[in-house]
Structures are given as structure tokens and as C-alpha cells.
Design a protein. Structure first.
Length: 175
């Protein structure tokens, strides 16, 4: 029987804390900074640490084994993020490699902390839980980011962040 520990997630987040059957996945994050008025540097290592901890916390809640970080996957995720950033408008294209991927695009008119960006990223993926049918655990596009979080056969993760400064700000579209 599935023990639902999901109430822990929102509580823990508030307190600050593959879709395929492959053994790995990519997490790619795009951060489009429209205008930076601060001199604070974004610490990518700290951000990736927060993402990694959130992933494994959610996997624990859903009785999935913890992931280990994989540099090869991280490099692939980074280059894929860079490639997607070359398009004139944000694109969410899936690579042709085996494995799953979660891509998160965001735009901020000012700096965002590593913690807040990690939290927003994971909350966006986890919010798809409402579309997941535990009685029929098959692929469901509406819950695909959520299933990528909790897929039990997944063993490794590569996390990458690519920042593209856009100045002056121009019209952007949600995908």
C-alpha cells in the first residue's frame, strides 16, 4: 500500500529545507535574467546542492531510492541548456538521448537566491502530482515532471543551470 508522505513536502519547503525506465535523467534549468541591478553572484554549486537535496527528499517521501550525481549527465544537461538558449525564444525540446529530462525556464527582473530558485523549480515539478493516477502508473504528459522526480528505477542525475542575460528586456512567452 502506498503511504502518502506528501504532506511533509510542503511543510519542509516552507521551513526551508524518468519518465522512462532508464537509470538516469537530466535536470536542466534555464534562468533568464532580464536585468540585474545587484552585484551578488549566483552560486551555481549551492543551487545544484539545493536541487539535489530537494530531489532526494521528495524521492524519500515517495519511497524511491536516493539519486547520485553524475558529471557526464551534468555536462550533457549543460550543453543541452546552452543549445536551447541559442533559439530566439525559449524552447523546450527533448534531446534524443535515452533517459528523462526536466527542464525549467524562468525569468526574473532581479536576482533570485539559490534557495528560492531551487524551491520554485521543484515546486513547479511537484505540482503535477495532482495529475498522477497511482492506480494506473503509466506515462501521463500532464504529470511527466512529477514522475521524473519519483521514478524508482532512476539511479543518477545530472543537474545543470544556464543563465542568459537579456538586456534590454523584451517580450517573453511562457511555454
Amino acid at each position: 500500500m502506498h503511504e502518502d508522505k506528501s504532506f511533509y513536502i510542503n511543510e519542509e519547503i516552507q521551513r526551508n529545507i524518468s519518465i522512462t525506465a532508464s537509470d538516469y535523467m537530466l535536470l536542466i534549468l534555464f534562468r533568464f535574467l532580464l536585468l540585474s541591478l545587484t552585484s551578488e553572484a549566483f552560486n551555481v554549486t549551492l543551487f545544484k546542492s539545493h536541487i539535489f537535496n530537494y530531489y532526494n527528499y521528495i524521492r524519500w517521501v515517495h519511497n524511491a531510492p536516493p539519486l547520485v550525481e553524475d558529471k557526464t549527465l551534468e555536462n550533457g544537461a549543460y550543453y543541452w541548456a546552452y543549445y536551447l538558449s541559442t533559439y530566439p525564444s525559449p524552447q523546450c525540446l527533448h534531446h534524443n538521448q535515452a533517459g528523462g529530462q526536466n527542464i525549467y525556464f524562468t525569468w526574473h527582473p532581479q536576482e533570485i537566491s539559490e534557495y528560492d530558485l531551487a524551491r520554485a523549480t521543484i515546486q513547479a515539478f511537484y505540482s503535477e502530482k495532482r495529475y498522477y493516477d497511482y492506480s494506473r502508473p503509466n506515462f501521463n504528459h500532464a504529470a511527466s515532471h512529477f514522475t521524473n522526480l519519483i521514478w524508482k528505477s532512476t539511479q543518477r542525475i545530472g543537474i545543470a543551470e544556464f543563465n542568459k542575460n537579456v538586456l534590454p528586456p523584451k517580450q517573453v512567452f511562457d511555454i
